[in-house]
Design a protein around this ligand. Structure first.
Ligand code: NAP
Length: 283
């Protein structure tokens, strides 16, 4: 069996070339002003700081200006909400990214939901999720939307397939399951209370690992010819799915790193450009 590597890095590099053109058009239309993506980092979590830095670098590569906002670890919900309001009201800002997770004293859901829907380019608001679920136009949550783009790029069939999503977080597992359902997959969503997990995974024609535990999904649970998407990322470049010794018997898989991660950032950037185009009346 020939196994396909779902190369998110290559797909995102190719997409950046077109984003660059689109950002240039926007810059010309607005008299030399680049589209702006505001990134908010609360606290000093090193992994979050790295993600925000990578997102800022991706912005610069395509001609979007990152507006970096760094807030103290002790920031309160109301302080964060007033910063978000300021960015909502700033007509020069096209998109807002609030890096997840925020420190525990903050009501993250309330803060996510205070982001203006038109600027929710990371797809984190309840309103955006609801619209996406109803198949209305909305910015998708960046990681699952990036996964859908990757599956589409490699022309992998989704309709009618049995998809198993392991994880149900608001920004990953839950929207992932909904996007697969909206693409006519038959979807099973698993979580920490799921029983007979290995047996459910064993049925998956499309498997998405979004558990947050290194190599939690065992290679011998995975069905032959499955499409395996690993959203996990852990130190040392380890994902949530162990594919040791079975890469030859799956249909396709995302490498870690270089699979889902680059598509997440790329989708955020794509949606920031879409938001700027919408504001400029060209989308
Ligand atoms: P999360 O919020 O911690 O959610 C983890 C999910 O896994 C929860 O729904 C949890 O179930 C479920 N789970 C935990 N233990 C389980 C078990 N024993 N059996 C079945 N399900 C179990 O994590 P997340 O934010 O969704 O992230 C998941 C992974 O994706 C992490 O590795 C993260 O680093 C990675 N990630 C990658 C990107 C990227 O761009 N590549 C972006 C975001 C996240 P309950 O709901 O019952 O607790």
């Amino acid at each position: 069996m020939t196994c396909m590597i779902l190369d998110g890095k290559a797909v995102s590099i190719a997409a950046e070339a077109t984003f660059k053109q689109r950002a240039l058009v926007l810059e010309k239309l607005s008299g030399g002003k680049k589209p702006i993506l505001a990134t908010i980092l609360v606290g000093a979590d090193p992994a979050s700081a790295t993600y925000v830095r990578m997102k800022g670098e991706a912005c610069k590569r395509v001609g979007i200006e990152p507006l970096k906002i760094e807030l103290a670890e002790s920031t309160t919900t109301s302080e964060l909400m007033s910063k978000i309001k300021e960015l909502n009201d700033n007509t020069n800002v096209h998109g807002i990214l609030l890096q997840h997770p925020v420190p525990g004293q903050i009501d993250e859901r309330l803060c996510f939901d205070s982001i203006e829907t038109s600027k929710d380019v990371d797809g984190v608001t309840t309103h955006g999720f609801g619209r996406m679920a109803m198949r209305e136009k909305a910015y998708g949550s960046a990681t699952p939307a990036g996964i859908m783009r990757l599956l589409s790029h490699y022309k992998l069939d989704i309709a009618g397939k049995l998809a198993v999503v392991v994880g149900r977080s608001p920004i990953l597992g839950k929207p992932m399951a909904m996007m697969l359902l909206n693409s006519d997959a038959t979807v099973i969503t698993c979580h920490s209370k799921t029983q007979n997990l290995a047996a459910l995974i064993g049925q998956a024609e499309i498997l998405v690992g979004a558990v947050g535990r290194p190599h939690f999904i065992q290679s011998d649970w995975i069905k032959d010819d499955a499409v395996v998407v690993d959203a996990g990322y852990h130190p040392g470049g380890i994902g949530d799915v162990c594919l040791d010794g079975i890469k030859h018997r799956v249909k396709a898989y995302t490498p870690v790193p270089g699979g889902v991660g680059p598509m997440t950032i790329n989708t955020l950037i794509m949606q920031a450009i879409e938001a700027a185009e919408k504001k400029a009346g060209i989308n």
